[in-house]
Design a protein around this ligand. Structure first.
Ligand SMILES: [Zn+2]
Ligand SMILES: [Zn+2]
Length: 152
């Protein structure tokens, strides 16, 4: 199935059917924490900032499921959080995207082989999507300074 890497696919993933095991910050640090499980799967660990609070958010790795765990931070429903890599502190915000439902900033997680998962940073907004694109397209996107929307 090596050819899979060459396909340009946008996936409509049925909710709660798959979970992600390999997500990375833009610098390549793994965000999956085998030490913390949600629904039996390693959670996605990010540093979360909301107003003057800073804590850890464990994100449900099951696509379309939202059993997130807040640690040392309390985010009210409707609060817009910022996510950072717990390892290097890089912002996980996708500067080129805003939520199509509520216009909040979006986070982006990088998948192996150039795919991404992006989602709304507003608590309670369920907008998210997964995209699988090949590396060549990602690179040309950088040079053309394209936005993600142009691939929708
Ligand atoms: Zn990092
Ligand atoms: Zn939203």
């Amino acid at each position: 199935m090596k050819d899979k890497e060459k396909l340009h696919i946008e996936v409509e993933v049925p909710s709660k059917k798959i979970h992600v095991e390999h997500v990375y910050c833009s610098k390549g640090h793994s965000l999956c924490d085998p030490g913390k499980k949600i629904d039996g799967y390693p959670a996605i660990k990010v540093k979360a900032k909301f107003k003057n609070q800073e804590g850890i958010l464990y994100i449900d790795p099951v696509f379309g499921s939202y059993d997130n765990i807040e640690e040392n931070i309390t985010i009210p429903k409707g609060g817009v959080v910022e996510f950072f890599c717990p390892e290097c502190g890089v912002s996980l915000r996708d500067k080129d995207s805003t939520c199509q439902l509520c216009a909040s900033p979006m986070f982006v997680f990088h998948l192996p082989k150039g795919g991404i998962i992006e989602g709304c940073q507003k608590k309670g907004c369920l907008y998210h999507r997964m995209k699988i694109v090949d590396a060549e397209q990602q690179i040309s996107r950088l040079f053309e300074n394209d936005t993600l929307e142009s691939y929708l």
